[in-house]
Structure formats: C-alpha cells, structure tokens
Design a protein around this ligand. Structure first.
Ligand code: NAI
Length: 328
C-alpha cells in the first residue's frame, strides 16, 4: 500500500469544507490508491463545529481516510503537510473597507505562511482559496521563508470551469470538447476569461461563437457568476468551489492533457507583461506537481486591455499589503 499523504485544510467548519473534506477523504483528490490523513485548522470558536464535521467523516467509513486531527494552531495543523488547502479567511462584512479586509487577512496569511515554512513537508504544495485569494497567496508565499514560490498557487479554477461550461453550452458542445481557455489575472470581477485561443470540438472558438456574445454575455457572466449564485441560492457557491479545488490540485499533481492547459494563479516571471512577483492567473500546463506558464500566445488589443486592467488591480492590492508591511 502507498504511504498516506497528509492534507491540511483551513476553514474546516465552513461551507466549502463541508463538501471539500468529504471529496478528499473519498479519494477524489489523490486518487483511489492513496490513503489520506486530514489535518484541519479552525479558529477557536469553530473547533466544536469542526469536531462535528470530523464525526460525519468518521461516519462515512471512508476506506482511504487514515486519521483526522483538528487544531486552532497553524504550526500544529500544518505539521507534515504535503498539500495545504487554505480555505478559511476573513470575509468582507458590512461596512468593511478593502484596506480592512486586506489587513485582517494579512494577519491570517502571514502567520500561516510562517507556519507552513516551519512545519510542512518538503514536497508541500499550497492552494489558496480564501478571498482575496491572489493577494492572500502573495502574502503567504512571501512569509514562507525557504519554501519555493512555485509551491504556492491561488484558485481561479472555478472561474475556468464556469467559462468552459458557458462556452460549451453556447456552442452546443460537451465540456470535454472545450480546451485552451484561459482565465487571466485576479479572482475578482476584473478577471479576464479569454476564448481567443480556445478550441471547441476541433474548431477555433472564435469561429463558433459570435463576438457580441463573448463581449456582452460570456465575459460578464463568468465575472459575476459568484454573485448570481448567491442571488439564486441564497448562499455562496460552496460545492462548485470545493470541486474546483479538487480539480486544481489533481491537475497540478497529475498533469494537464496534451494540447491543452488549465488556469491557475501563480507567481509571475514577467510573462505577458504581468509584473514579476505578482500572483496572477495564467494559462498553465502541469506535470508531476510542477507548473509552467504557457508561452508565446498572441495577445490582441482587446485581450491586452483586459489583462492590463485585472493586473493593475493585483498591483494595487500588492502595493496596499506591502505598505502594511505584510510582505516581509
Ligand atoms: P465560510 O465562511 O463558510 O467558512 C470559512 C471558515 O473559515 C469558517 O469556518 C471560519 O471559522 C474559518 N476561518 C476563518 N479564519 C480562519 C483562520 N485564521 N484559520 C482557520 N480557519 C479560519 O466560507 P466558505 O464559503 O467556506 O468560503 C471560504 C472562502 O473561500 C471565502 O473567503 C470565499 O470568499 C472563498 N471562495 C473562493 C473562491 C475562489 O474561486 N477562489 C470561490 C468561492 C469561495
């Protein structure tokens, strides 16, 4: 039997984890042959609720699940972690300014970055889901001394999956027939879902769907999908976010299909004019736990303006947290 993999998850008592933890324990994250140990981090007042989730995990009798530990101390929760899913964060509450949000999360992600560096396993891979995901990831990455920056990522896979589904529906195709779609920039309403290189059933997407639909329907629908789910469901997209987290890590560890790519927010090397060091979503290929930004794609004027706008927002957020001294 394979050695168990340790997966640390924060925000274990929250909505996303109520779906995510069960998927991980069932084998959806690491495959059907890999036993898993769960280590859950929660804030002290939510420890009881996290215990309740652990009781339900027990009650599933998952054959692959080799233990559940719960803690309110980050270094304890991250001990030996091979994969860390940072889901918990401080949500924006009424009357909260953006600066308040960034500083409240700064306190969380500086501490978690340090704790990962101190306690996690050498092969650590980190996915930040908690919003503002790109900037929380930037903070954790900059505070995790000794952990390579390439081990950190933030989630735009939900946006990617949403875009794939919208395009497939419009084209009358299957989602499995859509490839080479890209989410650029920030996981926020400024993100740019880009179909200019996408392929649908062997044909360029731009020949399959019309430009007005892309500009006035597709792009805003993907950008505002989170708000539309809240409006319809009365609470935020939790199951689809959990599913995207599974997809993100699984793709990172097992690889993208030949001739296609995924979208992941990773540290920029300056590709496509995105300033070095920002955590931005890019078209990315993966293999055996390593990622690479797809190079050499043409960026037309329309795409350039949209990439620049979302990247400007990321640079603003970085400047704000740098000004607060959160980048070490
Ligand atoms: P939730 O509010 O139901 O759960 C969050 C949990 O995190 C709570 O149980 C809370 O106690 C915990 N938490 C807060 N601070 C913590 C800390 N310092 N350490 C450990 N745990 C802590 O929220 P939900 O629905 O589970 O969403 C979680 C986050 O994911 C939110 O920030 C949300 O905006 C974000 N999100 C991101 C998406 C993406 O595509 N990147 C998609 C959907 C949600």
């Amino acid at each position: 039997e394979k050695a168990p993999v340790t997966v640390a998850v924060t925000g274990g008592a929250g909505q996303i984890c109520y779906s995510l933890l069960f998927r991980i324990a069932s084998g959806a994250l690491l495959g059907p042959d890999t036993p898993v140990r769960l280590r859950i981090l929660e804030i002290t007042p939510a420890l009881g609720a996290a215990q309740g989730v652990a009781m339900e995990l027990d009650d599933c009798a998952f054959p692959l699940l080799r233990g559940i530990d719960i803690s309110d101390d980050a270094a304890t929760a991250f001990d030996g972690a091979n994969v860390a899913l940072l889901v918990g964060s401080r949500p924006r509450t009424k009357g909260m300014e953006r600066g308040d949000l960034l500083s409240a999360n700064g306190a969380i992600f500086t501490g978690q970055g340090r704790a990962l560096a101190e306690a996690a396993a050498d092969d650590l891979r980190v996915l930040v889901v908690g919003n503002p995901a790109n900037t929380n990831c930037l903070i954790a990455m900059n505070n995790a001394a000794g952990v390579p920056a390439e081990r950190f990522s933030a989630m735009t896979r939900l946006d990617h999956n949403r875009a794939v589904a919208q395009l497939a529906q419009k084209a009358g195709a299957q989602v499995s027939d859509v490839s080479r779609l890209t989410i650029w920039g920030n996981h926020s309403a400024t993100q740019y879902p880009d179909i200019s290189h996408a392929v649908v059933d062997g044909r360029p997407a731009v020949d399959v769907v019309d430009r007005p639909w892309v500009e006035s329907d597709f792009i805003p629908t993907v950008q505002k999908r989170g708000a539309a789910i809240i409006e319809a469901r009365g609470s935020s997209s939790a199951a689809s976010a959990a599913n995207a987290a599974i997809d993100h890590v699984r793709t990172w560890l097992t690889g993208t299909p030949q001739d296609s790519w995924t979208s992941m927010a990773v540290v920029s090397d300056g590709s496509y004019g995105v300033p070095e060091g920002l955590v931005s979503s890019f078209p990315v290929t993966t293999r055996d736990g390593e990622w690479e930004i797809v190079q050499g794609l043409d960026v037309d004027e329309f795409s350039r303006a949209r990439i620049d706008a979302t990247v400007a927002e990321l640079a603003d957020e970085r400047d704000a947290v740098q000004g607060m001294g959160l980048l070490g």
